[in-house]
Design a protein around this ligand. Structure first.
Ligand SMILES: NC(=O)c1ccc[n+]([C@@H]2O[C@H](COP(=O)([O-])OP(=O)(O)OC[C@H]3O[C@@H](n4cnc5c(N)ncnc54)[C@H](O)[C@@H]3O)[C@@H](O)[C@H]2O)c1
Length: 260
């Protein structure tokens, strides 16, 4: 499946955990060479080692412009190209009411999610546009489409990622570079588990609100990423694809799923 992904160079930010790690594994299984970038160099390296020889683990804070430019430079120098970028680095919001949210925290969320996605995409696109081939894959959220109070900074940043996906997707497609995003619902990863453990999310209420009646898996996102990166999606650009078990499709006042 997706034989065209063989030997492609795929850069995954936030690739040491959760959705990024599952996506890195899926691309590796499809025969791609993967560069994993994350805040912890040792975590990124050990994940790359798990994938085997020919893969790369690099430290990078996606909110640092210089670090991002040097990350993309290192990937191209070491692996010879960058054909696909997966922008998966992310942090949760504080869940504080909007009037209690610190401006510094708001800025940090926008810096990591929105500006980080922009800077990594920009740096990679300079190379992709020269080779007239490339795919940028972003991660929005149901929170970027619907109002999930009180996640104000996270939601605004994710909505921004969907719009950035549209603008870049339209700007670059004629030159062979496509840009798409997924909007995950609630997917079981360390990020989600921590929010549940901290009492910020209630698993049963989420199950009742989700037509599928359960959390999604990281593999559900990885599978969507493979499709969007493949030639099967060659005429698809600028979209945000929900991968949410029907969460955003549901609009009735009753529960979407009977859960005890
Ligand atoms: N899990 C979900 O239910 C869900 C739902 C919607 C959207 N998302 C989004 O998916 C993305 C991945 O989330 P996840 O659930 O895999 O979380 P995760 O915490 O398991 O993984 C996120 C990774 O990003 C890294 N990271 C954080 N800040 C970074 C930075 N500044 N620079 C580089 N790396 C950084 C972390 O170290 C971690 O390895 C995030 O953008 C998140 O907002 C997740």
């Amino acid at each position: 499946m997706y034989v065209e992904l063989k030997n492609r160079v795929v850069l995954v930010t936030g690739g040491a955990s959760g959705l990024g790690w599952a996506t890195a594994q899926a691309f590796s299984a499809a025969g791609a060479r993967v560069a994993i970038a994350d805040l912890s160099e040792s975590a990124a390296r050990s994940r790359a080692e798990e994938l085997g020889a020919g893969n790369l683990g690099l430290v990078c804070d996606v909110s640092d412009e210089q670090a991002v430019d040097s990350l993309v430079h290192s990937v191209v120098e070491t692996l010879g190209s960058v054909d696909v970028v997966v922008n998966s680095a992310g942090i949760p919001d504080t869940f504080l009411p909007t009037v209690d949210q610190e401006v510094a925290q708001f800025r940090k969320l926008v810096d990591v999610h929105l500006t980080g996605t922009y800077m990594v995409s920009r740096a990679a696109a300079k190379h992709m546009l020269r080779q007239r081939r490339g795919v940028v894959l972003n991660i929005s959220s149901i929170a970027g489409v619907m109002g999930l109070t009180p996640r104000n900074a996270y939601s605004a940043a994710k909505a921004g990622i969907s719009m950035l996906t549209r603008t870049m997707g339209c700007e670059w497609i004629a030159q062979g570079v496509r840009v798409n995003a997924v909007a995950p619902g609630y997917m079981m990863t360390p990020f989600l588990q921590q929010l549940i453990d901290d009492g910020k999310l209630d698993a049963k209420r989420i199950f009742r609100r989700t037509p599928a009646g359960r959390f999604g898996t990281a593999k559900n996102i990885a599978d969507a990423m493979l499709f969007l990166a493949s030639d099967s999606a060659e005429f698809i650009t600028g979209v945000t694809l929900p991968v949410d078990g029907g969460y955003m499709a549901w609009g009735a006042a009753s529960d979407a799923c009977a859960v005890e």
